[in-house]
Write a protein that binds this ligand. Structure first.
Ligand code: NIG
Ligand code: FE
Length: 412
C-alpha cells in the first residue's frame, strides 16, 4: 500500500542523491519545500512536491499533515545500546563528589559494566537491549549504530555482537555493529596489555570476521586506556579483517588519536570534547566525520565539543547520543539536537543536518538514508503541530513527535 502525506507545512532536508554530507557554511542550509506532499511506495520515498502540483494517485492511504513538519528520522551513529543493568550507583557517587576517573580506577566504570554483562545470558541481554531500541525508535531514531565493548572476553564480546545481529534480524531499521573490544583493559590483563591486544587481534577479530558480526572497529584512545600506538595496531588489524575504523578520541585529552584516525581513513572520530588547533587542522581535507556527543558532556559535566571552531574551519559535524550506562544513560536524539543549539552554539539548521545527513555519513548509510531524496528509505519523523522547525530544539525536553515511520511503516 502506498502512503501519501498531504498538506505538510514544511518538508525538511530535501536533497539530491549526490549529497552525502554537508560541511562548514553549507551546514546552515536546510533545504525545505513549503506546503508539500510526499508519496511512499514499497517503503521508499517515491516522489514529493508542492501541494499546488499534487498529481492524482490511486491506491494510497492518506496522512493529513496539516500544520506538521515531515523530515528524515534521526540517525544515531554512536551508541552502546547493549549493556546489562545500569550504573545508577556511580551516578550517585559522582553527585557525592567522586570523579568519573576515580570511579573507573576503583574498578567501576567500563569494568563494572563488563562484569554485569558477563554474568547476563544472551537472551536477557537481548531483552534489555530490544527494550532500549524500541524506546529510541519512539523518540524518532530510525537508524542506529551499536558497539560491543562491555564484554572484554571473547565469549562476552561475541555475545554482545550476536545480540546486535538478532536485533538486525528482528527490526527493520538500519543497524550497524561495531567491535569495541579495545574499550578498557580487563583486570586480568592489567599488567599485560600486550596479551589483551593479542587476544583482540588474534582471537576475537578472526571469529567476528568469520561470523560477519561487525562492520566497524573502534578503540578508546585515551590516557589510562589505549595509546595512539595501540590505536594504529587495532585499526590496522581491524582493516585486515574487513572492519572499517571509527574511534573514541579526545574525550578527556588530546594525545594524537585524531591524526591516527585520519591516517587510517576512519569513517568517524567521536567525542572530541578536547580539541587543539592541530587536531582541527588534521581533519581538513579528510574523509573522516567528526562526531559530537553533547549528552555525554551534559551527564559528565565535561566540556562540549567546540562545534563552532570545527564548522567555522569548514569541517562537517555529526551528532549522536553515545547511549551507554556510564557516561550517557540517554538515547534521546531530540535532546542531543537541543543541546547542540543551547550549549554548542549550533543553529537549528546545523543541528538538524548534523543529526540526519551527516550522521548517516558517519554510519556509512548516506546513500540510502539521512535526507528526503527520491529512492531513499521512507524513514521519517512527522512532528506534531508546531510553529517552526526551530521549535524542536528551542522547546528542549518536550516531545513534538507525532509519528515515526520506518520503511514507510508507522512504528511509534
Ligand atoms: O563513549 N568513553 C568511552 N566509552 C563510553 C563510556 C563508557 C562507560 O562509562 O561505560 C563513552 O563515553
Ligand atoms: Fe561511546
Amino acid at each position: 500500500m502506498n502512503l501519501l502525506f498531504k498538506n505538510i507545512k514544511q518538508l525538511l532536508q530535501v536533497r539530491d542523491q549526490e549529497t552525502r554530507l554537508v560541511s562548514g557554511s553549507e551546514m546552515k542550509d536546510l533545504p525545505v519545500i513549503e506546503n508539500a506532499w510526499l508519496l511512499v511506495k514499497d517503503g521508499k520515498i517515491a516522489d514529493f512536491g508542492k501541494m499546488e502540483n499534487l498529481p492524482a494517485f490511486e491506491d494510497t492511504t492518506e496522512v493529513d499533515a496539516s500544520g506538521k513538519f515531515l523530515m528524515p528520522g534521526w540517525v544515531d551513529s554512536h551508541t552502546h545500546l547493549v549493556y546489562a543493568g545500569n550504573r545508577e550507583q556511580e551516578f550517585i557517587d559522582r553527585i557525592n563528589g567522586l570523579t568519573y576517573e576515580e570511579i573507573a580506577n576503583k574498578g567501576g566504570g567500563i569494568l563494572n559494566s563488563a562484569k554485569k554483562l558477563q554474568e547476563t545470558s544472551e537472551e536477557e541481554l537481548y531483552r534489555q537491549t530490544a527494550q532500549r531500541l524500541e524506546e529510541v525508535i519512539n523518540m524518532g531514531t530510525t537508524a542506529i549504530e551499536i558497539k560491543s565493548g562491555y564484554g572484554l572476553t571473547t565469549e562476552a564480546e561475541l555475545k554482545m555482537l550476536r545480540v546486535i545481529k538478532k536485533l538486525k534480524e528482528n527490526y527493520d531499521l538500519p543497524i550497524k555493529a561495531t567491535f569495541l573490544g579495545a574499550h578498557a583493559i580487563p583486570k586480568e590483563f592489567k599488567d599485560n596489555k600486550e596479551a589483551y591486544l593479542n587476544l583482540l587481534t588474534e582471537e576475537m577479530m578472526p571469529k567476528i570476521a568469520e561470523e560477519k558480526l561487525a562492520e566497524y572497529v573502534d578503540i578508546f584512545c585515551e590516557k589510562g586506556y589505549f595509546t595512539v600506538e595501540d590505536t594504529h595496531r587495532i585499526l590496522s588489524a581491524g582493516k585486515e579483517h574487513g572492519l572499517i575504523p571509527k574511534i573514541h578520541v579526545n574525550q578527556f585529552n588530546s594525545i594524537g588519536g585524531i591524526q591516527a584516525g585520519v591516517e587510517h581513513e576512519a569513517l568517524s572520530v567521536d567525542h572530541l570534547e578536547v580539541m587543539t588547533p592541530e587536531d582541527i587542522e588534521s581533519l581538513k581535507g579528510s574523509k573522516t566525520m567528526p562526531v559530537a556527543l553533547p549528552s555525554c558532556s551534559l551527564f559528565l559535566s565535561i566540556p562540549y565539543t567546540p562545534a563552532r571552531e570545527l564548522i567555522d574551519a569548514g569541517l562537517p559535524l555529526a551528532l549522536a547520543t553515545d547511549y551507554n550506562p556510564g557516561s550517557t544513560p540517554s538515547g534521546n536524539m531530540n535532546l542531543v539536537v537541543s543541546l547542540a543549539c543551547i550549549k554548542m552554539k549550533m543553529n537549528p539548521e546545523e543541528a538538524i543536518n548534523a543529526a540526519t545527513i551527516n550522521a548517516a555519513y558517519a554510519m556509512g548509510i548516506s546513500d540510502t538514508h539521512g535526507s528526503i531524496t527520491k529512492g531513499k528509505a521512507a524513514n521519517l519523523i512527522l512532528t506534531s503541530e508546531i510553529p517552526s522547525y526551530g521549535f524542536l530544539p528551542y522547546s528542549f525536553g518536550a516531545n513534538h513527535i507525532d509519528k515515526v515511520f520506518i520503511n514507510g511503516k508507522e512504528v511509534s
